[in-house]
Design a protein around this ligand. Structure first.
Ligand SMILES: *Cc1c(COP(=O)(O)O)cnc(C)c1O
Length: 382
């Protein structure tokens, strides 16, 4: 079976993990955690990076740091991995779903503007301006752009809309490590950004996450809250309700080794992407349109086809792993009654037409060609 997206462990991972085991520094304190944070902050050009145990924990905490309150609305795209919406729900807040663009599969910014103009008004909260939903007057405090598959939307425009409507930006940049818009890295536009190092992401620590911010006070508070809000190294003194969300040293060691290979991984993703596009792009097989000024990280290669279920079966029969796109959030039982702003339900269309195909950085050219041949042979059959 050619796998969909698996880790590439080909650098100093063994050596750094062995170092943790040999020295006994395996837990939540240790030099690899600090090094991993520094390495990645330097790479994305964020002032601060704070490690977390996974991307979901990073998102959960980021929303808290951005000032989310119970019953708030948080704007998110309807096409995303469920963690985006779940972390909003953990706070007793509600995802407010916006349909996606049919070509880029990112939040549709025309729809977003239309929604804000027609369905919200300017109110205030704690003496500050705050956008409120017309129908129930509840606050819309935060917007979470998700850089779906490592592409991005027009971030200039998104930031401008957010500023105009007093929305704090928390980026779900968990899929977009290394992606840039006008040279600036995903995860560094908002007040907070995030990363995930889950097994299928561009770099992996097995499980892991990161919070990015340029705000020093927020960075301090992030670290404080990931470590049970302890205020004293000796006395068990804690000044608020914190979390045990810190990444452990042994996993950060894997992260340091992965960071050394990140430029190579990004290059390989680009070459796999061009092999797929050159061989397959046509009227019947479409690829994600990359937004102008975006340099994507090509995280998960995904194609749009007419007969999705037929091609999925054909690929699986040929030992090629593939998956349909995420079920849109408004079709999940937890979110089916949430506000979903759409004109033609593009989300449902991409869900029924898109397929993710093998994308691991350790795929050989032969394997990529095997995937290509298999997709072409299905086209001839159909
Ligand atoms: C991977 C992912 C997450 C969550 O990351 P974990 O590390 O698995 O918790 C959140 N949002 C999106 C869009 C993701 O792809």
């Amino acid at each position: 079976m050619i796998p969909l997206s698996i880790p590439n462990i080909s650098g100093n991972e063994w050596q750094y993990v062995k170092d943790c085991l040999d020295t006994g520094w395996i837990s939540s304190v240790g030099s690899y955690v600090n090094k991993f944070e520094n390495d990645i902050a330097l790479f994305v050009d964020a002032k601060h990076a704070i490690a977390a145990m996974n991307g979901s924990a990073a998102l959960h905490l980021s929303l808290q740091l951005a000032g989310i309150q119970r019953e708030d609305y948080v704007i998110a795209p309807n096409i995303t991995f469920v963690a985006t919406c779940n972390t909003i729900s953990y706070h007793g807040a509600n995802p407010l779903l916006i349909d996606v663009d049919q070509y880029t599969w990112q939040m549709d910014l025309d729809l977003l503007e239309e929604f804000l103009l027609n369905e919200t008004h300017l109110g205030e909260r704690e003496g500050r301006p705050c956008t409120r939903l017309n129908r129930d007057n509840k606050a819309i405090s935060i917007i979470m752009p998700v850089h779906v598959l490592g592409n991005m939307c027009d971030m200039d425009r998104l930031m401008q809309i957010a500023n105009q409507h007093h929305l704090t930006v928390v980026e779900d940049s968990t899929e977009a490590l290394g992606a840039t818009f006008k040279g600036r890295h995903a995860g560094t536009f908002g007040l907070l950004g995030t990363s995930s190092f889950n097994g299928n992401k561009l770099i992996s620590t097995g499980g892991g996450g990161m919070i990015f911010t340029n705000d020093e006070a927020i960075a301090k508070q992030a670290k404080h809250l990931t470590t049970q809000a302890k205020t004293d190294p000796f006395e068990y003194m804690h000044d608020e309700t914190g979390y045990n969300y810190r990444l452990v040293n042994i996993l950060a060691a894997v992260g340091c080794a992965q960071m050394e290979q990140l430029p190579k991984f990004l290059q390989r993703k680009k070459s796999i992407d061009s092999m797929y596009r050159n061989a397959l792009e046509s009227d019947t097989i479409r690829f994600q349109k990359i937004t102008p000024h975006v340099n994507p990280n090509n995280w998960l290669h995904t194609i749009w086809v007419e007969n999705q279920r037929g091609l999925i079966k054909h690929l699986l029969d040929n030992e090629i792993q593939c998956r349909p796109f995420w079920v849109p959030m408004n079709q999940l039982p937890m979110y089916k009654n949430n506000i979903y702003f759409t004109k033609s339900d593009v989300s449902n269309h991409v869900y029924h037409h898109c397929i993710s195909i093998p994308s691991s950085t350790n795929l050989t050219d032969d394997q990529v060609n095997q995937v290509i041949d298999s997709i072409i042979s299905y086209g001839k059959k159909a």
